[in-house]
Design a protein around this ligand. Structure first.
Ligand SMILES: Cc1cc2nc3c(=O)[nH]c(=O)nc-3n(C[C@H](O)[C@H](O)[C@H](O)COP(=O)(O)OP(=O)(O)OC[C@H]3O[C@@H](n4cnc5c(N)ncnc54)[C@H](O)[C@@H]3O)c2cc1C
Length: 419
């Protein structure tokens, strides 16, 4: 069916589906690599339910329709003089799709996107419309902020926002050993630090984004080192295609990635945080305890050499402040994130599985929206409240209206409830 436009439309789609024993999958923009957003029967798109509903300047909060893309949200907030305090590295996603999978950016003093939620409105499987907020202080508020789409349809969300701000981006390569030795210092010295280790080389591309009062008029051309030289660059796509045809060339091709050059620019925060991704890839990302990063990444590097994998895509490393949202990948601990990628059309599974095995030794938590091979048995060990989430889900969605194969794999089902 086509996109719906009102809360009542959502209620009637959900009721109709439930009454006829059908499953409903609410989709954002389908930017998850995992099967989390895969519809099996009825597809519910909220892409017509978009835009900012209201902004409260005193409390610095914005009520946002669920289908709003992050890109549109940024522009609209900017027009009102506000911004999101932190973002991931693309803005194609719908805001609620991103929140529901625990999407995050980088910065050890910043939680994932869901930590900005101040309230949300949920349509349940029985068609009830519930308002949830910190003052409602119930289980639905605690669990609903990162809910994988399993508890119902969120139709709007209230977010903390901040006055708009500029960031200064500084990007340059450094020897990866130095970056790893300085991981904690670099992370704490900068508002937003991340790096990309280039497999088969001893180089990492580092990115430091810091708030600045420097005027935007000083801003440099949009092309940054990373965008131009790596992710958006057609040369990088070409390099990946050569690597796909002849994997043994990859280690030599990787050395073509530059080990020198520095880019600086100042721009609106949201233009610095996010960039375009023109090269298609598969991705898996794990969160591990923040302090475990140097050892865990060292093991990934050694494993790539030992197993002889040829990897044309850099490994991305970020950090996020711990939070108290039960299914957030940073729940209960400050976290480091290691993301591995493979060029579309190349074999990714053996490499991803080998990385996953290492991450499991650190109680790693896979990103809900990215590829991984874990199920409820493993996830129960790394999410102390997964069983409670499952109980709430069984209560909220007794007929399995909002489930799909992925959710059944990662959350399991109580016996008697249809798979
Ligand atoms: C190129 C690329 C870059 C990425 N960069 C990052 C990054 O920097 N950081 C990061 O953490 N992640 C990143 N991701 C992952 C991405 O943020 C998540 O997969 C996100 O969930 C995708 O949003 P979406 O709108 O496409 O949601 P979908 O994939 O469509 O849906 C995801 C889940 O949300 C649920 N959902 C969607 N809308 C609603 C709603 N209204 N109510 C209830 N449930 C809903 C769906 O049912 C599904 O379970 C990236 C992904 C890609 C493809």
């Amino acid at each position: 069916m086509g996109p719906v436009s009102t809360h009542d439309d959502v209620v009637s789609v959900v009721r109709r589906a439930r009454d006829s024993g059908k499953r409903v999958k609410v989709v954002g923009t389908g930017h998850s690599f995992s099967g989390i957003a895969r519809p099996e029967e009825v597809v519910l798109s909220l892409s017509n339910l978009r835009g900012i509903v209201s902004i409260d300047r005193t409390s610095a909060t914005a009520v946002v329709n669920a289908g709003t893309t992050i890109a549109d949200l940024n522009l609209e907030l900017d027009r009102h003089g506000f911004a999101m305090p932190n973002l991931g590295d693309v803005t194609y996603q719908s805001i609620v799709g991103a929140l529901s999978t625990s999407t995050h950016g980088t910065g050890i003093n910043h939680g994932g996107l869901a930590t900005q939620i101040q309230g949300f409105t949920l349509v349940t499987s029985s068609g009830e419309i519930l308002k949830c907020s910190p003052t409602s202080n119930d289980r639905l508020w605690r669990f609903g902020r990162v809910s994988l789409g399993a508890l119902g349809v969120i139709v709007d969300v209230t977010l903390n926002v901040v006055p708009k701000f500029a960031l200064e981006a500084v990007e340059y390569p450094e020897p990866v050993d130095d970056v790893i030795s300085n991981w904690d210092r670099y992370t704490r010295e900068n508002d937003h630090f991340e790096f990309y280790w280039v497999p088969h080389t001893r180089w990492a591309l580092t990115k430091r984004n810091n708030r600045t009062d420097r005027s935007l008029t000083e801003k440099k051309p949009l092309a940054t080192f990373w965008n131009k030289m790596v992710m958006e660059n057609l040369a990088f796509g070409a390099l990946c295609r050569v690597g796909r045809a002849a994997p043994s060339m990859i280690p030599r091709l990787a050395t073509a990635l530059p080990s020198q050059g520095r880019q600086e620019r100042v721009d609106d925060s949201f233009r610095i945080f996010a960039s375009k991704r023109l090269v298609r890839f598969y991705e898996m990302e794990y969160s591990i305890p923040y302090d475990a990063l140097p050892e865990a990444l060292g093991r990934v590097r050694a494993m790539v050499d030992a197993k002889g994998f040829t990897v044309s895509f850099p490994v991305e490393v970020r950090s996020v402040k711990g939070d108290d949202i039960p299914l957030s990948t940073a729940t209960g601990r400050d976290s480091a994130y290691i993301a591995v990628h493979m060029y579309k059309g190349t074999e990714f599974e053996p490499y991803f599985r080998a990385v996953e095995e290492i991450m499991s030794d650190y109680s790693g938590r896979p990103h809900w929206g990215k590829l991984h091979f874990q199920d409820r048995n493993y996830l129960d060990r790394v999410y102390p409240e997964l069983a409670s989430f499952g109980e709430l889900r069984d209560q909220m969605d007794p007929e399995g209206t909002f489930t799909n194969a992925y959710l059944n794999r990662v959350l399991g089902r109580k016996s008697g409830i249809p798979d």
